[in-house]
Design a protein around this ligand. Structure first.
Ligand SMILES: [Zn+2]
Length: 407
């Protein structure tokens, strides 16, 4: 029996929320709290090459080979320690619901926060299983502390069972994945794996080797403020122009209207006055071609408004964040996906391959030479108060990792 649930309950209590507004690395110092704990737990269990990058908050370790060097290649597992900036991760108060009965779950009776099965119908698949939920005031942190716990639990199990034959296993825990900076200081060489998996997916059975292509865009509008009584012909209202910019983007290409392989423009932040306004967007598409078209469209919308309101009214900055890892996996590394599917079937888990509508640390690493598909963690509804995780799934995923290292 593995200890994954106790670990998980321990780790989610540690606030590791990352911050988009920070210029430091890690973005928040509190991520070190979990890093330190993982570092000492890895040392305690006897893992080798345990290393804590105290400057940038990465933890690395290895489980030595038990097959006398028959398996030449080193397999890696990666999870991220931070939680999303979108919802608080402070004072997380997880609750276990044993033998879930399929009904709505009252997360917080004081505030009337209810996890409704009509809104999240996939939860009905867990009738009879144990679920871990929030108290409705914070996120849970299954993204990605479920992954962290599963990797740690696998490591502990393997250290205690040297009879299980496997090659060198490399482990890494990263900060700041949620703000797209999880691999900024990732040391692939120190990590030491020839290929790896991130354990950062969703419900049991899900595996992914396709991510979005991703960019962020910041639009700044420079207006002119004049007394409203004397504004005619003089005022240039930056807020209004910002709204106009947003209205130029295709209405149906927003997160709330898209699914599967449909890309989008997501307005993440808007603030402004007459004088100055700022819009922040995410641009996402699985197709590289459509991704480039989306970026071009944004640029053209800015050009159009500059033509309409005068040069330098709008400034646009677009930065690519990561690319679809399928480009890197499909040609040479499909065995990683196939092995994982085989192991799942051995454990009676039906593999569900679908494109990630997001990114993972693995997307960037795949482009840096470390192919890195993504494995499920057992969690759902990430980044919000309705996040939950299936305890039975987490235990199964530890079994899955233990099986996978023997392939
Ligand atoms: Zn994640």
């Amino acid at each position: 029996m593995n200890d994954v649930i106790e670990r998980f309950l321990r780790y989610v209590k540690i606030d590791t929320q990352s911050s988009e507004d920070s210029i430091t690395s890690p973005s928040t110092a509190k991520q070190h709290d979990l890093a330190k704990l993982l570092y000492s737990e890895l040392q305690e269990m006897g893992a080798s090459d345990v290393f804590y990058d105290k400057e940038h908050c990465y933890v690395y370790a290895k489980i030595p080979s038990t097959d006398n060097g028959d398996k030449k290649e080193a397999m890696g597992f990666i999870a991220h320690m931070d939680t999303s900036p979108e919802t608080s991760g402070e004072n997380v108060n997880p609750r276990i619901i044993e033998k879930y009965n399929g009904e709505d779950i009252v997360l917080n009776s004081d505030s009337g926060i209810i996890l409704e099965t009509s809104v999240y119908p996939e939860i009905r698949a867990y009738v009879g299983k144990s679920l871990i939920v929030t108290d409705g005031t914070t996120l849970l942190g299954a993204d990605d502390k479920a992954g962290v716990s599963e990797i740690m639990s696998m490591a502990k199990y393997l250290m205690e069972h040297p009879d299980i034959k496997h090659g060198v296993i490399c482990i890494a825990f990263t900060p700041d994945e949620e703000i797209g900076a999880g691999t900024d200081y990732f040391d692939i060489k120190r990590f030491g794996a020839d290929y790896a998996y991130t354990v950062d997916g969703g419900g049991i059975g899900e595996l992914e080797y396709e991510t979005f292509n991703a960019a962020s865009a910041v639009i700044e509008v420079h207006g002119i403020n004049v007394h409203t009584g004397e504004a005619k012909g003089k005022m240039k209202n930056a807020s209004r122009i910002a709204m106009e910019f947003d209205s130029l983007l295709p209405v149906q290409q927003k997160p709330e209207y898209t699914e599967g392989r449909e890309g989008f423009f997501a307005l993440m932040n808007i603030n402004g006055s007459t004088e100055y306004a700022k819009l922040s967007y995410l641009i996402r598409d699985h197709s590289r071609e459509k991704f480039e078209v989306k970026k071009e469209l944004m640029q053209k919308c800015a050009d159009f408004l500059n033509l309409k309101y005068g040069d330098r009214t709008i400034a646009i900055t677009i930065n690519d964040t990561y690319y679809n890892m399928r480009e890197k996996i499909e040609p040479n590394y499909m065995f990683l996906v196939n092995n994982l599917c085989d192991c799942m079937r051995e454990l009676d888990i039906e593999p569900i391959i679908k494109p990630i509508r997001g990114g993972t640390d693995g997307a960037r690493l795949s482009f840096d030479g470390l192919p890195c598909p993504n494995i499920c963690t057992g969690g759902h509804n990430y980044h919000g108060r309705f996040e939950y995780c299936c305890a039975d799934s987490m235990k199964q995923i530890v079994d899955l990792l233990v099986l996978l290292v023997q392939k």
